[in-house]
Design a protein around this ligand. Structure first.
Ligand code: C2E
Ligand code: MG
Ligand code: MG
Ligand code: MG
Length: 277
């Protein structure tokens, strides 16, 4: 009897795995088509200087709007894009869009607004990753210091030297580098000094309860660490004024979160800038 039910379980799991695989392949196929048909959009979430309240930049965040008007979360499709290799083409497009956006901001005289883009591991592994970024910067004639790459600590999981070399080249071009989701991965802290960083992003998970007694130790420590390392520190995921007040008390430099603004399409970001400067 036991044997039989094991068998049934096996059949059940096998079916579930096949369903998952089919679902993945279907999603990847749809993503490829929709990317080719321009259904990916780059949205922008404002980042502010905490002291002055001025908008200093925005994080570019991908949005996928399917043909039936439904949004699929990047948390769902980015892993599929990475797994399938599509992230290389998509990532190229993201960097070009970001440069185009920087240019159009400059044309509207927003000269102190930077754009950050998220980059994934497979993009770094590509031979011509750095030159493709330089090409985009030259093509749109933007100041490289207005572009920032957001990386995560997971980027060093394998072949760290390739990644560090690429980052040093990027940095030498004048492009900024931010460490995203800091403290949520599995790396040791030793890599921190090996990366040519400009900014440290305090992950939302450390910000969420900072206004509660005893719940701010990790966020406070990260802010302090960043300062000791001469990095700018930006906290993400601020949703209310109590969190903001706490970050002010810790002299956190910059903030990003729904409390200030949600990610928005390019034209809305421009309007947001006009209303907030
Ligand atoms: P991330 O880089 O950590 O981006 C921050 C995420 O937090 C965004 O989710 C943003 O919408 C969300 N967020 C910002 N403020 C708040 C807040 O106050 N409350 C809450 N609840 N959420 C907030 P989103 O846009 O869904 O992106 C999820 C992840 O997908 C990103 O996390 C990033 O890892 C990845 N991603 C997005 N766009 C790209 C891209 O162009 N390339 C790559 N490689 N990854 C991307
Ligand atoms: Mg990010
Ligand atoms: Mg993040
Ligand atoms: Mg995140």
């Amino acid at each position: 009897l036991a044997k039989k039910s094991n068998q049934e379980h096996f059949v059940y799991y096998k079916q579930e795995m096949e369903d998952k695989t089919l679902w993945r392949l279907g999603m990847i196929r749809q993503l490829r088509t929709d990317f080719a048909e321009n259904r990916l959009e780059l949205w922008y979430q404002p980042q502010l200087n905490l002291n002055s309240g001025k908008v200093i930049g925005a994080e570019a965040l991908l949005r996928w709007r399917t043909a039936d008007g439904q949004f699929i979360s990047p948390a769902v499709f980015i892993p599929l894009a990475e797994y399938s290799g599509l992230i290389i083409e998509i990532g190229d497009w993201v960097i070009k869009q970001a440069c185009k956006q920087i240019k159009s901001l400059e044309k509207q005289s927003f000269n102190d607004v930077s754009i950050s883009v998220n980059v994934s591991i497979p993009q770094f592994k590509r031979e011509n990753f750095v030159s493709s970024i330089i090409d985009a910067i030259k093509h749109y004639q933007v100041n490289p210091s207005k572009l920032e790459l957001e990386i995560t600590e997971n980027i060093l999981m394998d072949e760290p030297q390739i990644v560090i070399d690429a980052l040093n080249q990027v940095k030498a071009e004048g492009i900024s580098i931010a460490l995203d989701d800091f403290g949520t991965g599995y790396s040791s802290l030793s890599y921190l000094q090996k990366l040519p960083l400009d900014r440290l992003k305090v992950d939302r998970s450390f910000v969420i309860d900072i206004a509660k007694p005893g719940q701010s130790i990790i966020a406070d420590t990260i802010i302090n660490l960043g300062k000791q390392m001469d990095l700018k520190v930006i906290a993400e995921g601020i949703e209310d004024k109590d969190q903001e007040a706490h970050l002010k008390s810790q002299a956190c430099d910059e903030v990003q979160g729904f409390f200030y603004a949600k990610p928005m399409p390019a034209d809305e970001f421009l309007a947001f800038l006009k209303n907030n400067s």
